[in-house]
Design a binder for this molecule. Structure first.
Ligand code: ADP
Length: 553
């Protein structure tokens, strides 16, 4: 019963008009001063409506007659309470309140629990008929209906409140999400604006690059690794002999290259892609429109994506036809001049020999001496001219390596015999000189040895020692020429074997030369699959080495 009462959420709640109205109606119908709507809890009796009993909101269950009234299904009536033996001790009856009349109808819930009463009370005794009881019961029903209605209203409100709460929770979440969204939006906006900015910068640098490419007439190309198609710009199309860049595959482009360069070029491109190496080639090509053969230098580089996959192979082409033609003209000129100079030198040599014979006959020592010097000068001149001829022969590909099997030691010993006569300014020591058999061009290797010894003489002070050695080391014949001369700066060493390179220094001003000796040596050694190099320390001396493979047959 108490649980049923709790269900209605009505205990200890403020007065409400509907209940007051019923209670007031009851006082008017029955003409009594007091009427209560009471709810009987476990310990207390609460007055939901109280007409005529002051400000009392509840009373203890023990003193309340309503506690008795809820025990019965019917209306409980005491027409004259002091006459009821069971109520004699009730303080409301016995005390100053002086209760005489009480009639209470139970408030019965739809499921049969009596949770309270509607009662009428008087301080004077009075009769209460069966009709009166029916009316009171009817009013009690109205009160009960009101309680039920009230509950469903509460439940509605609760439900509303709950869904309101849920809604506001959802709202709150939405607000948070909204805030996050707007934050993200802002970030996105920022990213977008920086993207726009970098895009602009990219576009600007792209324009600048294109401008630079166009104004410098840079001929650019790019090979797509997947489609193998070749992209190139207008100025490069011009070289190929087209009016505009017609679509072309990589193979077609290679097809334009002069036959003898074709396989070298595609090998080089493949190697450069495979090994991530820079590509740099000089080759000839026939121009499409007029058939002119032109010289090109093409340089390229591989670019890779972040995952290491090939992105593109691109580079540029330079037309070096003019430079090549200039070089050719220069070479032709040098060859012509050298040939022209050789003829008078040969006759001069003949005349000098005749003079020597005559001077010997006359035993004219002064004349002999002078003729000897003149002969040496003619010799120097001849070897210089021969050097030039060698360079131009080399560059026009006319130099031939005539191999024969010989002992390198024999060659070095020949040079020793010669130097004993010709070199008086320096001590030349030949040690060790080991037997080592090679398959090489004896004359040209001899030329290299002689050149290195001559340089040692030229670039070290008189009175110092020059050491020449010939050994077999790791399958190679190695010859070295060591001097105690001026030495070579580290920065010069890399360029020493280049054509026409001479070290620039005060000492060098007094020595003659064209800087072709070491260039020729390097070319000759490289054509023998050998190596040539130098180690040197400034003002202490230099050691030149070369190796060529020994003959194993
Ligand atoms: P050239 O002697 O006619 O100048 P080379 O090609 O023989 O030409 O030599 C190139 C340069 O290398 C020389 O000009 C000289 O500066 C330097 N050089 C060659 N040999 C030596 C050496 N033994 N000691 C110092 N410098 C040397």
């Amino acid at each position: 019963r108490v649980n049923a009462l709790k269900r209605y959420k009505i205990l200890d709640t403020p007065p409400e008009g509907a209940f007051d109205n019923v209670a007031r109606l009851a006082t008017q119908i029955f003409k009594v001063p007091i009427s209560l709507v009471s709810l009987v809890d476990a310990e207390q009796v609460y007055f939901k409506a109280n007409i005529g009993m002051g400000k009392a909101k509840f009373t203890s269950r023990g003193v309340s007659l309503c506690s008795l009234a809820v025990l019965k299904q019917q209306v409980t009536v005491f027409e004259n309470a002091p006459e009821e033996p069971c109520l004699l001790v009730n303080p409301n009856v016995a005390g100053s309140f002086g209760l005489k009349f009480y009639a209470g109808a139970p408030l019965t819930t739809h499921d049969g629990f009596r949770i309270g009463t509607l009662c009428v009370i008087d301080k004077t005794p009075r009769p209460f008929s069966a009709d009166d009881e029916l009316i009171l019961e009817g009013l009690a029903k109205i009160v009960m209906d009101e309680i039920e209605l009230r509950l469903s209203a509460i439940e509605e409100t609760d439900k509303l409140q709950q869904s309101n709460e849920e809604l506001s929770a959802i709202n709150e979440e939405m607000t948070v999400i909204n805030e996050e969204m707007s934050e993200k939006n802002e970030e996105l906006l920022q990213i977008q604006s920086s993207l726009v900015e970098s895009n602009q910068q990219l576009a600007e640098s792209e324009t600048a690059l294109q401008l630079a490419i166009t104004s410098a007439k840079l001929r650019m190309w790019q090979i797509d690794p997947v489609s193998k198609s070749l992209q190139y710009n207008f100025v490069l199309a011009e070289i190929f002999g087209y009016e505009s860049p017609v679509p072309m595959t990589y193979e077609q482009a290679i097809g334009q290259v002069a036959g003898k360069f074709r396989s070298v070029i595609s090998d080089e491109i493949e190697r450069s892609i495979r090994e991530d190496k820079d590509y740099d080639m000089i080759y000839q090509q026939t121009r499409f429109n007029d058939g002119k053969v032109i010289w090109l230098r093409s340089v390229g580089k591989v670019t890779r994506q972040e995952n290491g996959e090939l992105a593109s192979f691109s580079g540029m082409v330079m037309d070096i036809t003019e430079a090549k033609e200039d070089e050719q003209r220069k070479n032709d000129f040098i060859t012509m001049v050298s040939h022209e100079l050789k003829t008078p030198l040969t006759s001069m040599n003949g005349y000098l020999q005749m003079l020597t014979m005559k001077a010997k006959k006359n035993e004219d020592d002064f004349l002999l001496n002078t003729i000897d010097r003149a002969t040496k000068q003619v010799g120097k001149m001849t070897s210089m001219i021969n050097g030039f001829l060698d360079v131009s022969r080399l560059e026009s590909g006319k130099i031939n390596i005539n191999r024969q099997i010989f002992d390198m030691a024999a060659l070095v010993k020949e040079s020793e015999a010669e130097s004993i006569v010709s070199i008086t300014s320096h001590t030349v020591i030949y040690a060790p000189v080991e037997r080592t058999i090679v398959d090489a061009d004896m004359d040209k290797i001899g030329q290299v040895v002689q050149n290195l010894i001559n340089n040692a003489v030229k670039y070290s002070p008189a009175g110092t020692t020059i050491r020449v050695a010939c050994e077999t080391i790791a399958g190679n014949a190695r010859v070295c020429v060591q001097d105690e001369g001026m030495g070579i700066k580290q920065s010069d060493i890399a360029l020493l074997f280049d054509r026409f390179y001479r070290v620039e220094s005060a000492e060098m001003k007094s020595t003659s030369g064209f800087g072709i000796g070491l260039y020729l040596c390097a070319e000759i050694i490289h054509r023998h699959n050998g190596k040539i190099w130098v180690t040197s320390e400034l003002s202490k001396g230099s050691t030149f080495y070369f190796t060529i493979p020994i003959c194993t047959e």
